[in-house]
Design a protein around this ligand. Sequence first.
Ligand code: C2O
Ligand code: CU
Ligand code: CU
Length: 450
Amino acid sequence: LASRDRVLELDLTAAPARARIGGQEANVQAFNGSLPGPTLRVRAGDTIRVTMRNGLQAPTNLHVHGLHVSPQGNSDNPFVSIDPGGSFDYEFTLPADHPPGTYWYHPHRHGHVAGQVAAGLYGAIVVEDPDPVPVTRERVLVVSDLSLDADGNLAEVSQMQQMMGREGQIVLVNGQLRPRLRAAPGERERWRIINACPSRYLRLALDGQQLRLLSRDLGRLPVPEDVTEVVLAPGNRVELLVETRDGSSTLTAAPVDRGSMDAMMGGAMGGDNASGGGPVDLLTLAVSGSAGTDPGPVPEGRPLRDLRNEPVTAARTLNFAMGMNANTGMNENMGSGAGMGSMMAFTINGRKFDPERVDETAAAGTVEEWTLTNSSPMDHPIHLHVWPMQIVQDGDRDVTRPTWQDVVNVPARSQVKVRVAFDDFPGRTVFHCHILDHEDQGMMATVQAR
Ligand code: C2O
Ligand code: CU
Ligand code: CU
């Protein structure tokens, strides 16, 4: 086989599992018994065959987040449902020009996504870089969060938490509580960081080390950017180059203001913000010993496609909203939070998700401009399957450098304009809020390319 015709085979079983989290035995759910599941390392042109088995008590399925693969048939089809005890044979073929980067996989069965991802069902996908960056080592860091009760079982999630988007009390890196990493000074590491939290935003900083941003979600920046912090909405990934210096550093996740329900509820929520609390320590990096060898300069990456230079064939406005459901209102249940979830409707252009419906139709081979508007008092990170989005306007600010992402945060009461090239792949797939509780409650719609 030519290298571009490789076929990789993998068995994935989603099932209950035991994990040791910060000294406590926990009952979680995992792919192949490990948190996270196995990392898939692939190259553009590869075909990946996955036999996915469902060892859970609920229906599930598999989604390869961010990969540019067909949305149809046995490929990345979000409408597949695997019953408990059942299995499904997936086959994904990456085009020969698939962008390198850090991607991930997780279940995508509507109504069950937040719970299954929070329980531990997630794993990394690395699409290897055809122009390797010289580094001393590479690390894949999957960040997740969960809440456990005193018996080590997954804590119940209130309807209020589902409405805000659940945030777990424990934040893990590769299934571990505050792991300790080691390096020598003068080294360069490539960190591939995935925000696999169902709802938590991460404002990441690593004190005392020099950071350069190499990639956001997909592809690679032509020249890495110096950064002191990066913000990841749920589903986002970054690749960072860490140029190590002597000392002990902590990777922290500071809270991000992602809005609150307070304005909407007339102050009844007591001003609660979704992301409360202080910064969380994710891991420590201890840098000591004799200096490593200089890995040499970072070669320039390939120039990025810029859809602002291409004709736009269609413009759409998509409104993401949270509203009161009909026939419900503020009532005595407010205090306990009971009944809140069913009071709220999470909609796109006024409609909740219906897997049978076609909401938007795009012509293959065209470029569209989508205005993502958020009329609600909370941020919504919007994710489109299969086709990445180029951000061209963020609020009132024109985004001049080509900026490609597959999850784009739309701040509360704001709008973001993106362009999408529906180059290839006919078929129907979804776009949705990646606060997975919002997606499960209906903030998802379908798009058909033909
Ligand atoms: Cu990461 Cu449609 O999901
Ligand atoms: Cu996805
Ligand atoms: Cu949302």
